[in-house]
Design a protein around this ligand. Sequence first.
Ligand code: NAD
Ligand code: MG
Length: 387
Amino acid sequence: MKKLAILGSTGSIGTQALDVVRDQPDRFQVELLTCGNRVELLIQQALEFNPNAVVIGDPAKLELVKEALFPKGIKVYAGPEALEQAVTMEGIDLVLTALVGYAGLRPTLAAIEAGKTIALANKETLVVAGELVTAAARAKGVNIYPVDSEHSAIFQCLAGEWHNPIEKIVLTASGGPFRGRTREQLATVTKAQALKHPNWDMGAKITIDSASLMNKGLEAIEAKWLFDLKREQIEIIVHPQSIIHSIVQFRDGSMKAQMGLPDMKLPIQYAMAYPERLATTWPRFDFARYPALTFEPPDLDTFRNLALALEALDTGGNAPCVLNAANEVAVELFLQDRIGFLEMSDLVAHCLATVPHINAPTLPDLEASDAEARRLAREHTLSAWRS
Ligand code: NAD
Ligand code: MG
């Protein structure tokens, strides 16, 4: 029986993780559930899975949650500090980080410090502080199992290959809803169009990142830290069917790919049950429905966010943290209809060029870079409106 903490239990990954728990009641027990502010769903989940504790991000909602869960003997806390504390609770074996954005960094570090195994969905944590997080995990002997489908694919391809060096990895990308479009066309795309992903049903932030290909850039940085790779060892290829989830190439030239229908429950369950594969009744791949699997290079001129992310990967230091902060603000402004699709890249480029570079940032350095990039991104948007 593995005892789980699910951070971001009300989101796309969080609810699918609970589907896995529901299917495998002899394997998993929920100890902690947390979310940002979707109180009703959090309460409903807690009543079903009976965790030891829940944390609600928004302190204004604390009383409401307490009223519902206190009588059931479930502890209720609120706010980011409480989240950092709760993940260290005795009795938690594995922490699934399924919250979105920079907010995942501190609780993930706290969980590692407390020696908890990590199932990592929150890629932003490794983008912002890959060096610190992987160093902390090594120091504590903590394993980080990837949940992101591409990284899970690579992890699955590496089973039994630990002593064989990786020549390169190939991260596959669906290309998103705007594959094949020109910059002129991208200038006028709407939020509703960007939120319609062809193959995956995900939270709003990652769906926009997938449309702009920023997601693949973040994943390249995530892969660098998870698998200890250099930039030259990471190739990105657009594969619109999303059946091959990624590829590892070894030094003899052999390539191993992991395939399957696009369903996040598989990588979520693999990370939760590792090293075991648990039986499922999910739909199986049918060759008749996929007569062709196709591949094409990504268009870095049109999808500038991917080029910017790869540039930040090359630069290193605090550059990926700045990229991430600027992008989080850009996505938020785009989702509020306050900037256009292409302006997201302008904001990211502006912040990357403006925030001073730090070569080997400490956690306080990263916090300062994050804050500075957010401030600059908002200021840049305001001055663009005024002129
Ligand atoms: P989502 O928006 O659907 O859910 C996010 C969850 O985090 C919610 O429970 C929300 O309440 C909580 N949350 C948000 N902000 C918070 C804060 N400041 N403090 C505490 N909790 C907060 O997002 P998602 O699509 O499930 O993605 C979660 C993470 O997993 C992201 O980092 C994403 O990049 C990654 N990921 C998602 C998918 C997917 O299929 N959805 C695939 C690969 C990776
Ligand atoms: Mg992915």
